[in-house]
Design a protein around this ligand. Structure first.
Ligand SMILES: *[C@@H]1O[C@H](CO)[C@@H](O)[C@H](O)[C@H]1NC(C)=O
Ligand SMILES: *[C@@H]1O[C@H](CO)[C@@H](O)[C@H](O)[C@H]1NC(C)=O
Ligand SMILES: *[C@@H]1O[C@H](CO)[C@@H](O)[C@H](O)[C@H]1NC(C)=O
Length: 480
């Protein structure tokens, strides 16, 4: 279908990371390099191939054996577009024509992300929506909108249950893989019920909440659902206060945090003595997903993370079959991130717009509506002429000063492929995500399920649903 054009690495175009590409020079170069795009025949052929593929597309109307949810924290549509350009530019192309792994998914819907109490939602209420199938209040995880943030006694009776938990209840294998801490709100709603997303360890609970019977998220991780694979950060919430971190033995800030002096890693290991459980933390012990690299990524740019996220999606596509695996890629909410400025084709994604602003100063294509990037000196916008805006640490300018940039309120995309993926189409409420996953895999509350694959050819031989792997892959976006 749409194959991005690969240009030889030795062309002068490959000068990314230098400031030369900004401005007219880049526009001229890209016009030369993309000469074939001037021909209508190129676009006609490209569109015809896309049309042919669309005409051949058939919904897979049978049950899913595996369900994988990729959740890009804060991965709004503008972030995906910018990440696509970055991915292409990292390979020496202009970038815009790049096809991300998620771009190849045949079905796309929009997800409305507001929560019960917020127009612009947080990661906790949205996680409850896409994991558990109901919208909820900000700050709360795994609880309906009847629960009130921080009020422990509103927890009980208001629990809502995730697709992951329902899959486990049906005897499937389930896993959580995340580049953030596993107790973070996005994965937490898959297994925990808490009126506060920040009650990571028992040390984070007010004593009143502890007395009323509320339990921290780390404890719920090892006691609520038997999760087969847990990969991510957040070890300090699992070990007794003062326990040195095996990876950072000299770090004080990474020492264990628990007041109850329990070692929850041991609790998890001992909970299933008949199983061959392993606790691994070192790179050598886990090659497929390089935790140390992904950990380090958490210091880095949101767009670089989005590129890594897309590579994980590509890798998962290689390891699974579209015929039996429903793969869903979505975000919890967007950010107030934008890029624009009449930039020419191939303009470096972190580069400048070609013209100066009305204040006679240059501006980067990427801008934020609010956040710490607001720099005004003596009443005028910061002059970035001499600033290295390609630096990893550079913070793009924002219109309104805030110490942390806020989430965005617009819809996010849902990309889907595999059995029942066609149920993702049109504009949907975010909690619909959990319902499609549950229906596709024939989980509670759905009883009237899609047929088993190939049941039309061998009606007498109904195969038992084998190991369904419900996976959550969540990436925490740099929220600034
Ligand atoms: C719940 O706790 C709050 C104080 O945290 C209290 O004001 C309220 O009356 C309690 N509600 C119930 C139903 O016990
Ligand atoms: C911005 O900085 C550059 C380089 O220091 C300078 O030449 C230019 O005059 C400045 N622009 C304004 C509007 O102050
Ligand atoms: C801001 O204005 C003050 C007073 O006019 C001046 O002393 C100072 O140098 C200015 N700062 C900058 C960064 O231009």
């Amino acid at each position: 279908m749409q194959t991005p054009h690969r240009w030889p690495q030795n062309l002068p175009f490959i000068l990314l990371g230098t400031m030369l590409l900004a401005g007219d020079w880049a526009a001229v170069e890209s016009q030369v390099l993309y000469e074939h795009e001037r021909e209508p025949a190129y676009w006609d052929a490209q569109a015809k191939a896309t049309l042919d593929a669309a005409l051949k597309l058939r919904p897979r109307e049978h049950q899913a054996k595996n369900v994988i949810l990729f959740l890009g924290d804060g991965m709004g549509v503008s972030t995906v577009s910018a990440a696509r350009i970055l991915e292409g530019q990292m390979e020496g192309n202009a970038g815009e024509e790049t096809v991300l792994a998620m771009d190849t998914f045949p079905y796309v819907a929009l997800s409305k992300t507001y929560s019960v109490d917020k127009q612009v939602a947080d990661s906790a209420s949205t996680a409850t929506a896409y994991h558990c199938g109901v919208k909820a209040n900000a700050k709360t995880v795994g609880l309906s909108g009847n629960a009130v943030a921080y009020e422990c006694n509103t927890t009980f009776g208001n629990e809502v249950y995730s697709v992951l938990r329902r899959a486990k209840a049906k005897g499937k294998s389930v896993g959580i893989v995340t580049t953030t801490r596993v107790q973070h709100a996005s994965p937490a709603a898959a297994y925990a019920h808490s009126v506060s997303r920040s009650w990571y360890s028992d040390a984070d609970l007010p004593s009143s909440a502890r007395h009323q019977g509320c339990v921290d998220i780390a404890t719920q991780l090892v006691t609520n659902v038997d999760i087969d694979v847990i990969l991510g950060g957040g070890r300090m919430y699992m070990t007794p206060k003062g326990t040195s971190d095996p990876e950072y033995p000299t770090s004080n800030s990474r020492k264990g945090d628990r007041k109850d002096r329990r070692n929850l890693i041991d609790v998890w290991l001992n909970a299933k003595p008949n199983k061959n459980s392993h606790y691994v933390w070192h790179r050598k012990e886990f090659d497929e997903i390089n935790i140390r690299t992904t950990d380090r990524l958490m210091a880095k740019l949101a767009l670089t993370e989005a590129v890594m996220f897309d590579r994980a999606i590509e890798r998962a596509s290689q390891l699974t079959r579209e015929s039996d695996t429903l793969t869903v890629v979505t975000a919890d909410h967007s950010h107030v991130f934008t890029f624009g400025g009449n930039t020419p084709r191939g303009n470096p994604i972190f580069g400048l717009a070609p013209k100066k602003a009305d204040d006679q100063m240059p501006f980067t294509s990427i801008l934020y509506a609010n956040g710490p990037g607001y720099v005004h000196i003596n009443g005028t916008r910061g002059n970035i002429t001499m600033v290295d805006y390609y630096d990893e640490e550079y913070m793009q300018q924002a219109a309104v000063p805030l110490d942390a940039e806020t989430h965005g309120g617009e819809d996010v995309a849902i990309y889907a492929k595999g059995p029942m993926a066609h149920l993702f189409h049109g504009v949907k409420e975010q909690n619909y995500v959990a319902h499609v996953m549950a229906y596709a895999a024939c989980l509670e509350p759905y009883k009237d399920c899609p047929p088993q694959p190939h049941s039309h050819t061998s009606a007498a031989c109904v195969s038992t649903p084998s190991n369904l792997m419900f996976g959550l892959i969540s990436l925490l976006w740099l929220s600034r």
